[in-house]
Ligand binder design. Structure first.
Ligand SMILES: [Zn+2]
Length: 253
C-alpha cells in the first residue's frame, strides 16, 4: 500500500483535481494562485471554507465578528465542541490550517460595513457570501460592484436554499434581484424557520464550484442565473435575473 500523500507532495495531494479535464494543471495552478474572501463563517461560510482549503486555494480571508455557540454546531462544518465561545473566524482559521498548511489564511474578527467593505473584498479575486442578513449583503454587493469583484450570493432557511453568481458590469446584481431590501419580518431565516443541516452544505458546495469555475474558466460561467434547491424534496429550479438598467447600485458600472 502506498504511503498517504503529504502537503510536501502536492502532485499527489491534488491528483484527482488535476485529472479533471475541466481543470487540468493550468486550472490547478490558477486555484493555487488566487484568493477568496468569505464573509460570514457560519453554516454556509464554514462549509465553503472547508472545500476551498481542501481544493488548495492560494489565499483565504475569513470575516466574522461573532463567537461560535453550541447552537451553531448542528449545521456548521469544521468546528469542534471545544471551539464554542471562540471567535468564529479565529477558530475556523486555526482548524483549516491543520487541514492544509499551504493555504494563506487570514481571520478578520469584524463585521463587514461600508467603511471596511471595499478593502476587504479586494483581498480576494472572488467573494463567497456566508451571511445571514440582507443588510450586510447589500454592503457586500455595493463594494463588489464598485471594485469589480465577482461574488456568489447564497442564502438558506428551512430545507431550502438559493445561489447566484453576480459578475459586476455583466450580470444583474443583488439590487437588481431585490430592488427593495427584503423585509426582515418576512424573510425566511434559520432563526425564524429552522434549518436542516444538509442545505447549507449543498448551497456552499455550489458556491465553491461556481467560484472554482470562475477562477479557472470565467467565460464559461452563467452569471445572473438564480438557482433554487429544496433538499427535502430534492427539487431544483432556476431563473434568469434580468439586469435593471436603472439599478441604483450597478447602472454606472
Ligand atoms: Zn444592479
Amino acid at each position: 500500500m502506498r504511503k498517504p500523500s503529504s502537503p510536501k507532495q502536492p502532485e499527489d495531494r491534488y491528483a484527482r483535481q488535476w485529472q479533471l479535464p475541466e481543470l487540468g494543471a493550468e486550472g490547478h495552478r490558477r486555484i493555487r494562485e488566487r484568493g477568496v474572501v468569505i464573509v460570514g463563517c457560519g453554516a454556509l461560510g464554514s462549509n465553503s471554507a472547508d472545500l476551498l482549503v481542501r481544493s488548495g486555494i492560494g489565499r483565504l480571508t475569513l470575516v466574522d465578528a461573532d463567537r461560535l455557540t453550541e447552537n451553531n454546531l448542528q449545521r456548521v462544518a469544521v468546528y469542534r465542541e471545544e471551539d464554542t465561545a471562540r471567535p468564529k473566524a479565529e477558530a475556523l482559521a486555526e482548524a483549516l490550517r491543520a487541514i492544509n498548511r499551504d493555504v494563506e489564511i487570514r481571520a478578520v474578527i469584524d463585521r463587514i460595513r461600508e467603511s471596511n467593505a471595499r478593502r476587504l473584498v479586494l483581498e480576494g479575486d472572488i467573494l463567497i457570501d456566508g451571511l445571514d442578513n440582507y443588510a450586510s449583503r447589500y454592503v457586500v454587493n455595493g463594494a463588489c460592484v464598485a471594485t469589480g469583484i465577482p461574488w456568489v450570493f447564497g442564502a438558506v432557511a428551512g430545507t431550502f436554499g438559493m445561489t447566484m453568481l453576480i459578475a459586476p458590469g455583466t450580470s444583474a446584481c443583488l439590487h437588481c434581484l431585490f430592488p427593495e431590501p427584503p423585509d426582515r419580518e418576512h424573510v425566511l431565516t434559520a432563526g425564524n424557520s429552522g434549518l436542516i443541516a444538509p442545505i447549507p452544505r449543498i448551497i456552499a458546495a455550489l458556491q465553491v464550484a461556481t467560484a472554482l469555475r470562475w477562477i479557472t474558466a470565467p467565460d464559461s460561467c452563467q452569471a445572473g442565473m438564480l438557482r433554487f434547491i429544496d433538499c427535502w424534496t430534492a427539487s431544483l429550479s432556476e431563473q434568469r435575473v434580468t439586469r435593471n438598467l436603472d439599478c441604483p447600485t450597478c447602472k454606472s458600472f
